[in-house]
Design a protein. Structure first.
Length: 63
């Protein structure tokens, strides 16, 4: 085996590997069972407790 043979093999194998990983990530993201998890994660930045006095901390870091 020459360097070019090994390089061609590893490039082909890497392309196949990354394609399979990409398809796996897409299937995971679109799987119906994960919908609630992703909806909850998408709302995390919007859940703001600044206006809830029960969760306010004192300036010294004490509750």
């Amino acid at each position: 085996m020459t360097y070019h043979d090994v390089a061609a093999f590893t490039q082909s194998f890497s392309l196949l590997l990354f394609f399979v990983l990409f398809i796996g990530v897409v299937i995971y993201a679109l799987w119906p069972g994960n919908k609630k998890v992703f909806e909850r994660a998408s709302r995390m930045p919007l859940d703001n407790d600044e206006h809830d006095p029960s969760t306010q901390q004192e300036p010294g870091g004490r509750t």
